[in-house]
Design a binder for this molecule. Structure first.
Ligand code: RB5
Length: 149
């Protein structure tokens, strides 16, 4: 488990990711995993950057770890999160990608496309992401080169 006992998971979505986020919240609650939900809080149309930036800031500052972000395709939330130098957000639509973005990229935010996966698939992806450790080694050298100087 990559979870840290003292840190909640940061969550964010827009309206298109809201239902999937609620499914993730139900899983986290039954598993006893703490979380902080940065919105949105309904299916009313909204702008994903308003919530993704807050989620990114919480992970970047160390308040939360890791993060989970969801929008319709996952693309907008992922683009927004990755504007932050301390964020490595990975867009995942199957568990194998979630495992690899943890093993190879040490992703600190999981992003999912709520309109293209079922709730069951979202939970499998989430469980895989949360339980896969970073492999280090040559991958550490590579992720060290990602941030802008
Ligand atoms: C909302 O309609 C949709 O554009 C958004 O959820 C996301 O897919 C954007 O990247």
């Amino acid at each position: 488990m990559i979870l840290k006992a003292d840190k909640p998971v940061a969550l964010c979505s827009d309206h298109a990711g809201y239902a999937t986020k609620q499914a993730v919240i139900a899983y986290l609650e039954q598993a006893g995993i703490a979380y902080k939900d940065f919105g949105t809080y309904s299916e009313e149309s909204c702008d994903y950057p308003d919530f993704a930036h807050k989620c990114a800031e919480a992970v970047e500052s160390g308040e939360c770890y890791p993060g989970i972000g969801i929008c319709g395709t996952g693309e907008g939330v992922c683009m927004t999160l990755n504007k932050h130098q301390g964020i490595r957000a990975g867009l995942c639509w199957k568990p194998e990608i979630a495992a690899l973005t943890r093993e190879h990229n040490d992703a600190n935010v999981l992003v999912m496309p709520g309109r293209f996966i079922s709730n069951e698939e979202a939970l499998e992806i989430t469980k895989t992401f949360l339980s896969t450790e970073f492999a280090g080694g040559r991958h550490q050298r590579r992720i060290d080169k990602i941030p802008l100087k």
